[in-house]
Design a binder for this molecule. Sequence first.
Ligand code: 13P
Ligand code: SF4
Length: 364
Amino acid sequence: RMDDADLHERIRAAKEALGDRLVVLGHFYQRDEVVQHADFVGDSFQLANAALTRPDAETIVFCGVHFMAETADILARPEQHVILPNLAAGCSMADMADEESVETAWEELERVYADPVTGMGPDADGKVPVLPVTYMNSSAALKAFCGRHGGIVCTSSNAATVLEWAFERAHRVLFFPDQHLGRNTAKALGVPLDRMPMWNPRKPLGGNTEEQLHDAQVLLWHGFCSVHKRFTVAQIEQARAEHPGVKVVVHPECPMPVVDAADAAGSTDLIRKYVAASQPGDVIAIGTEVNLVNRLAAEHPDRTIFCLDPVVCPCSTMYRIHPGYLAWVLDGLLEGEVRNEIVVPDDVARDAKVALERMLAARP
Ligand code: 13P
Ligand code: SF4
C-alpha cells in the first residue's frame, strides 16, 4: 500500500499530464485530501454551473455524490465523460424518492385535482393544479419526471426562487425528496404549516383526505438527510448558553425548529460566506457536514468555529471518495480508459435537462 504522500504526488502528476483535457470538481463536503486536488470547489448549484464552464475538457471527474455526477453528465456536452471516482458514493436522501412511487403519487394527484373541463392544464387564472419540484438531491429519472410534467429542479441555494417560479404557474407544488428543505422554504415564503401536508407513498392519497389535498399548497415527500436530521434545538440552546453572542448558521436540510432557532440558514456556499463575513473573535456554531465545518475552522483560526453536533457526523457517502479512487480513475485516463463513468440514458437526460434549464433560467 502506497503512503499518502505518494498517492497525492501520483494525483498531481496525472493532473499535470492530462492538463486542460481534465477538470476535477469537488463538493464542499469532500475531505481535505480530495478538495486539495479540485479545480473548482462549491455547493451543488455552483458545481452544476462549473460543469458547464469547461466544455473544452474531455473529462469531468466529480468528487461528490452520484446525483451530482448525473447532473454534470446531463449538462455536459455529449462527447464529455463524467467520472464518479467511487460508484458507491450515493445519497441516502436521494434514494428516498424512487420514480415509481412518484409516478404513483402523481396519478393519484391527477385523479384528485383534474378539472372536468381544463384537466391538468391551466384554469381561468392561468395556473395548473399542481407542479412537481425536485431537489437536486434526486435521481436523473426524477429530474426527467419534472421535465415532462412542467416542473423544475431546485438546490438549497435557489429553493425560494424556484418555489416562487412554481407558484406563478401552479396552485400547488409536489416537493421531493427533502421534506425539511421544502417546509423551511415554503414557510419562509409565508405558506401556513397546515397547508403543507406530508405525502406518505405507502398510504392511499399519501395519507391525506381529498379535502386536505385540495387545501394544500405544498405536498412534502417524506425524505430527509440523515446527517442534517441529527441537529437539534437543544444543541443550539447549549451553544448559546456556553458561548453568549454565538452566531448559529445551519443548512436548510435541518428540521424546521432548528432552522427557526438559528440566526441564518442556507446552502453550503451561504454557510461559507457567512463565516467569511464574520469578524475575528466571533464564535460561530454550524449545523452542517463536519468536513466543511472543520475546513472553515482551519481557514479562520482567529474565530471559534465548531459543529453543533458534538458527535462527529460526516456524510458517509461523500466520504467514500477517497484519494485512492481519484488516483485510480486518473491513472485510467492516462492509459486511455474511462473508469467509473456516469452515463445518463439519452431520453432521461433530455427530459431532465428541461427541468434543470428551467432552474438555471429562474435564477434571480
Ligand atoms: P448544497 O447544495 O448546499 O451544497 O447541499 C448539497 C447537499 O447534499 C447538502 O446535504
Ligand atoms: Fe445526501 Fe445528506 Fe450526504 Fe447531502 S449530506 S449528500 S443530503 S446524505
